[in-house]
Design a protein around this ligand. Structure first.
Ligand code: NAP
Ligand code: GDD
Length: 327
């Protein structure tokens, strides 16, 4: 039985990746941080087969202990402070977790693997946020990185550390430069889920305003369920490498709003949306659109869920949740 160890198992991607690996017959171990983490109950209910280990990316010894306990063939490092807006107010913490946490994970893996450096295949969750002030459109593996947030800077550190450990020690360490991916499991702080939740509540007469920031920003949005498949494919390659994972389409937040509201039967949606500088960022990433040609050619990976299908899936899920909560 192949064994996988996942940090960030309580997050959106941790959920979809665990499901995928369990379906493939893996034994899955997940790292959960903190004392009495409320997300443990959800994890136990939704994915009871996942074996829970405690630890923190800031504590290398906890990672070594978790590796000894799980003896993994594959290590997916998904744990991070992942909310870009939060990273300006918590820059040092973001550097520690999202940046240095990657080094801790790599170092723990190197120590655990001993003489057999490539014993554990390592996946790092890098991000299109690293492209920031984009230097080329569309963005590929060779596009210059120009991060625009403490989060983006921390991810660049983790990205290059992953490459460095591969080149220095011969580790099988791959970095997936994933563009935004969403789902009904997305955290409510991210714009897509904030919109789908509000649209459901407005459609049911439970809310009358949606307060947002910059709705002209453009993102390349895909479905998280498709993207975790790409992570897995990267670790099945003979050689470790870095891959951009994206749909190749970009859409403004405004278009997400349009599709979401119209799906809920509301066409005159502008009257419900208010823009507030509180949600503007000190430095914005205006446009992201990826070129995933390498992933298509080398991994055979292509996204399956289209942009309108993704929006509708999220709105339907939140309508159902709201209706269930009312009954
Ligand atoms: P998410 O839902 O925010 O999940 C983040 C996970 O990291 C949570 O399980 C969280 O645990 C864990 N975590 C936070 N601090 C930690 C620490 N100190 N030690 C160990 N774990 C810690 O993020 P996601 O959307 O699933 O994304 C997964 C990864 O991909 C992240 O690294 C993210 O930066 C990256 N990424 C995401 C996207 C995207 O569009 N979703 C795109 C590119 C890259 P708690 O539940 O206890 O807080
Ligand atoms: N969150 C949020 N809330 N974003 C808003 C809002 C709002 O009220 N109004 C407008 N936006 C805009 C943001 O300014 C940004 O341009 C865009 O919506 C997307 O914001 P988020 O959904 O918070 O995602 P993100 O692109 O900043 O970051 C996500 O994707 C990255 C990959 O590019 C996160 O998942 C990161 O962890 C990930 O690395």
């Amino acid at each position: 039985m192949t064994r996988a160890f996942i940090t960030g198992v309580t997050g959106q991607d941790g959920y979809y990746l665990s499901k995928l690996l369990l379906e493939k017959g893996y034994e899955v171990y997940g790292l959960v941080r903190g004392q009495n983490n409320p997300k443990i109950e959800f994890l136990k209910a939704e994915l009871p087969e996942v074996k829970i280990l405690t630890g923190d990316l800031m504590d290398t010894s906890s990672l070594i202990r978790a590796l000894n306990a799980s003896q993994p063939d594959e290590f997916y490092n998904l744990g991070a402070i992942s909310f870009v807006a939060y990273s300006w107010e918590n820059a040092s913490l973001t550097a520690d977790v999202t940046g240095k946490g990657v080094l801790n994970a790599l170092e723990a893996t190197r120590i655990y693997a001993g003489d057999d450096a490539a014993k554990v295949k390592f996946y790092q969750a890098s991000s299109s946020e690293m492209f920031g002030k984009v230097q080329h459109v569309p963005q590929s593996e060779s596009t210059l990185l120009w991060p625009r947030s403490p989060y983006g800077v921390a991810k660049v550190f983790g990205h290059y550390m992953t490459i460095n450990y591969r080149e220095s020690y011969g580790m099988h360490a791959s970095s997936g430069v994933l563009f935004n991916h969403e789902s009904p499991m997305r955290g409510p702080e991210f714009v897509t889920r904030k919109i789908s939740m509000a649209v459901a509540r407005i459609a049911l007469g439970l809310q009358d305003k949606l307060v947002l920031g910059n709705i002209d920003a453009k993102r390349d949005w895909g479905f998280a369920g498709d993207y975790v498949e790409a992570m897995w494919r990267m670790l099945q390659q003979e050689e470790a490498d870095d891959y951009v994972i994206s749909t190749g389409e970009t859409h403004p937040v405004r278009e997400f709003l349009d599709v979401a509201f119209n799906h809920a039967g509301i066409s005159d949606w502008e009257k419900y949306v208010v823009q507030d500088p509180e949600f503007y960022r000190p430095a914005e990433v205006d446009l992201l659109v990826g070129d995933a040609t390498k992933a298509k050619e080398q991994l055979g990976w292509v996204p399956k869920v289209s942009f309108p299908e993704l929006v509708r899936m999220m709105v339907d899920a939140d309508l159902k949740r709201q209706r269930d909560a009312q009954n």
